[in-house]
Design a protein around this ligand. Structure first.
Ligand SMILES: [Fe+2]
Length: 381
């Protein structure tokens, strides 16, 4: 019989169970390998970890829903099905050093080389792609003290996972990741008293700050000699789809997809990180902010994919499952909320709803989000 994976509360682990996932520590080091048979000693060690559940093999269980679709072999669907940590600490530290070095060279007027940036972006892509069950643990993203460095790496990772959903080629991912990693490099050329000002900027100072986009583009396309698609990320990551962004006030059709992706990653990470002048908001609030500004500031389709990749679904959001069924998110469970199914795959409203816990049913996942419905219902309350 083919085994399927089942999520178990770690307090209910039993001897003889087989781990159906590799468990990592916070630094990305392997603690327990997938396939390991649990004994009492291992169970005690797992129960001391900062996790609530883990996957075990379940040879008895059958898929619970008659409409379960066969899992696609596509990269994204595999990732969406069983997600875990990680961008390995080592890679993160290396990326931070590369960005730090690059930023200091901008200030010193030294010649910049694109090779090192591309090498580290290649490594980040490899880490994200290397395990089809590995995606991202957002809590690992706030491990670095220096905000700009930490933010640069975070925006790179968040942009890349969105790019992966779009099925971008390795070459395109490289262009996206490179531009995302150094999207704010132009800030190095902003006068320090403005860049480091802890209080709100005056209107005049804000106008000066906006120039970081143009300066960044100059560095990327000039000294670094990077492709147009990459350099334009630095130039246009503050453009907004309603045409009210800067520096050029481009409209939705004029903003390239890379700049739209980085705009979302940039704002989401900024809001969910502690900054000098502002306390972080939680990931659900960050997602809520994106939804509220869908189609005005940000591209709606990219927001949907971004949310699915990070897996934070606000309560009340309407989602479509890979079974085709449609329902509403009822709980705040990262990646795997309880969904109240109200419509079947044919769009027919059910006579009575039923609830499905995606945590207990790992073969069922969210594949689409209805942002408009969510906004309308919120507005009418
Ligand atoms: Fe920026």
């Amino acid at each position: 019989m083919k085994s399927i994976k089942r999520s178990v509360d770690i307090r209910q682990l039993e001897e003889g169970m087989i781990l159906a996932e590799t468990i990592f520590d916070i630094d990305g080091k392997v603690l327990f390998n997938e396939g390991l048979r649990l004994n009492q000693k291992r169970i005690v060690r797992i129960q001391k970890l900062d996790i609530k559940q883990c996957l075990v093999e379940d040879r008895e269980a059958q898929p619970v829903h008659k409409n379960v679709v066969k899992e696609s072999a596509s990269l994204f669907e595999k990732k969406a099905a069983y997600r875990k940590s990680v961008i390995l600490n080592e890679t993160r530290q290396e990326a931070t050093l590369v960005v730090e070095d690059l930023l200091s060279k901008v200030l010193d007027g030294n010649s910049l080389k694109a090779d090192r940036i591309k090498k580290i972006v290649g490594k980040i892509i490899d880490v994200i792609l290397m395990d089809d069950r590995v995606v991202l643990n957002l809590s690992n993203l706030s491990a670095i003290d220096d905000y700009l460095l930490s933010h640069s790496v975070n925006v790179c990772v968040l942009s890349l996972i969105t790019g992966i959903y779009y099925g971008l080629t390795q070459n395109k991912l490289m262009q996206l990741g490179t531009g995302a990693l150094i999207h704010d490099i132009g800030k190095m050329l902003i006068p320090q008293d403005i860049y480091h000002k802890p209080e709100k900027l005056t209107e005049e100072e804000y106008e000066i700050m906006k120039n970081h986009t143009v300066y960044g583009h100059k560095i990327l396309s000039g000294n670094l000699n990077l492709e147009n698609d990459t350099a334009n990320i630095a130039l246009w990551h503050h453009e907004r789809v309603d045409g009210l962004g800067y520096p050029h006030g481009l409209n939705r059709h004029e903003i390239p997809i890379f700049a739209k992706i980085v705009a979302i990653a940039d704002v989401f990470d900024a809001m969910t990180s502690d900054r000098i002048y502002c306390k972080r908001i939680d990931y659900y609030q960050g997602v809520y902010y994106l939804i509220e500004h869908a189609d005005t500031q940000f591209d709606t389709d990219i927001i949907k994919k971004f949310i699915i990749m990070i897996g934070y679904y606000p309560i009340g959001l309407y989602v479509k499952l890979n079974t085709g069924d449609i329902g509403q998110v009822m709980t705040k469970n990262k990646l795997c909320p309880v969904v109240r199914v109200t419509q079947d795959a044919n769009g027919e409203r059910l006579a009575s709803y039923y609830e499905i816990d995606l945590y207990k049913n790992p073969s069922i996942s969210i594949i689409d989000i209805n942002i408009d419905e969510f906004k309308i219902r919120k507005a009418s309350k």
